[in-house]
Each structure stands twice: as C-alpha cells, then as structure tokens.
Write a protein that binds this ligand. Structure first.
Ligand SMILES: [Fe+2]
Length: 297
C-alpha cells in the first residue's frame, strides 16, 4: 500500500476511505460555495432554497446564506432557519443568553458587561474549530454565524473544510496523521473564573470520527490554554496544519459578511480578521452565533 491510499487509524478500511475521499473531491469539482443562497422567508424556506443549501453542505460542510433585509437583525429568524435544517439541540456557554444565542460584539469598552474572551473584542481570532474544549456529550457539530451589522472595516472570516485538510495531510504527510488522532494529543486545562471552575480539564484528539462515520476536528492555534502532547510526531503534525492554513488553498473561503448574511457549517475551521467599528455604539459590528449538537445534512 503506498502513501496515496494509506489513511489513518480512524479509517481502518482503505476501501471505505478511498470512496469517501473520492466523493469529497468530486463534490469540490462541481460548483463553488462563494455565493450566498438567498432566503426570502427564514420562517418558511422554499424547497429550492433548502435543496441548494443541503447540496452545498453535503459537498463542502458549509453554506453561505443571505436573508431578506426584513430579517437581518432577528436572532429568532436565524434560529427558525436552523431548525428547518434539522439543528435543534443548541449548546450554550457562559456568554450566551438563555436562548443560547451569543451576541458577538466588541465589549472591551462596556464597563457593565466586559468579557475576558477574545471573540468579544475587535482583535483577530486565529484558526480554530468551535468548542474544541467541549466533552463528547456536548460536541459542537455545527454552528451558524450571522451578521446583523458589519464593522466599519475588517472583520472578515476565512473558512477551511477540515475534511479537505485531512485529505491534504493524508496525501502529503500520511505518517503524521495518526499523531492527530491520539486521544490525548490536546489538553485544555480547567477554566477557573473568580475561584469557580467554569469548565473541567479536557483531553482529546484533533481528528476523530463520530458514530455515523463523519469526521470531527478539534483544533486551535491559540498558544495559551492548550497543551499539545510532547512528541516529535505531534509537533510536526501541528506545524504542518499551521503551514497549510497559512497558504492560499483553493478551497479556502474568505468572506466579509454583510448585514443579513451568514455562515452555516459543520464546525469547520475558521478565523477572523481584526476590525474597526463605527462610532455610535448602536451601529457597531454585531454577529449572532448559535452552536448545535447536530450536524447539518
Ligand atoms: Fe469560532
């Protein structure tokens, strides 16, 4: 068996891997995901809108959409859209409301509501998947990121399908892939806030497969609050991933969401540019983010 067919320990059946890889590459050869699907009524999506979105997700794990302007700033409309795509089990966090909708904006100047987390600033966010520190029973398998208001400048997002990155690594560095599938390759220390444990310590793999066979990725480029297993293989594998993400990959999507536009995805890799807000508080950049336990499609 040569390196072009050798997958990893999480694909023990070579035939299974090769057919999955072929399906994946075929999907990327047909059309592209750069254009948003227009949604006229997010409370009752049309059949052709559904088919178009489902097709994009099946091929690329991501779809961009654009709501009618009437619904641009409505988190309820975004939730309604998600429910019609089968996303119902929301996952909250300490920063989200009771409805598990996180309102992401620069809170550094809010004396009454500051946040210690980088997403709630205007700083860049490095490549990561969401909830990489969440336990198995709270896996973030999908999320929506919806733009209610755009920044004055910057704030664009780049997106990379983690399955394409897996294929790329299998083709160019197959000997490193198993390092990323080790169950303790990543350690996230416990999160303590004001002497309270907000989250227990977590150990997990970067790549794993769900019971239904879909590929799942946990990853962050953060330097703090993540400890990588000390081994030459892991160090090289992480360096390879970082090098790939810094390149202009043909399947990398870069988008600056306008008001009413959003990204729905199977928790693929993403990052954010830093941004500059407009002056009035009421017109600053605002994104809604909702995380789900289910996968799309
Ligand atoms: Fe994120």
């Amino acid at each position: 068996m040569d390196s072009s067919t050798n997958a990893s320990s999480i694909f023990p059946d070579t035939g299974d891997f090769l057919s999955w890889k072929k399906r994946k590459l075929d999907g990327y050869r047909s059309g592209h995901a750069g254009f948003p699907v227009n949604i006229a009524d997010p409370y009752r999506i049309r059949e052709e809108e559904y088919i178009h979105m489902a097709d994009q997700v099946r091929k690329r794990n991501v779809v961009l959409y654009r709501l009618d302007p009437e619904y641009s700033e409505s988190p309820q409309a975004v939730m309604a859209l998600c429910r019609q795509l089968g996303l119902v089990s929301t996952i909250g966090n300490p920063e989200s409301g009771q409805d598990h909708v996180s309102c992401i904006y620069d809170r550094t100047a809010d004396c009454d509501n500051p946040s210690r987390y980088i997403p709630y600033t205007s700083k860049p966010l490095n490549w990561h998947t969401d909830g990489y520190y969440y336990p198995e029973n709270h896996k973030v398998r999908s999320f929506v990121m919806h733009c209610a208001r755009q920044a004055k400048s910057g704030g664009g997002n780049s997106l990379v399908d983690h399955e394409m990155l897996f294929i790329c690594m299998q083709e160019h560095a197959p000997d490193l892939l198993d390092s990323l599938c080790l169950p303790d390759v990543m350690t996230i220390p416990e999160n303590v806030d004001q002497n309270q444990v907000v989250r227990e310590a977590f150990h997990g793999p970067v790549y794993s497969r769900d019971d239904n066979g879909s590929l799942y990725m946990r990853f962050t480029q953060r330097k703090r609050h993540v400890i990588w297993k000390q081994s030459p293989g892991v160090t090289k594998a992480i360096a390879f991933l970082n090098a790939m993400l810094s390149r202009p990959l043909p399947w990398k999507i870069t988008v600056r969401l306008s008001s009413g536009e959003g990204v729905l995805c199977n928790n693929i890799l993403h990052c954010r540019q830093g941004y500059l807000d407009s002056c009035p508080k009421t017109s600053r950049r605002l994104l809604y983010r909702i995380r789900f336990n289910e996968r799309l499609g």
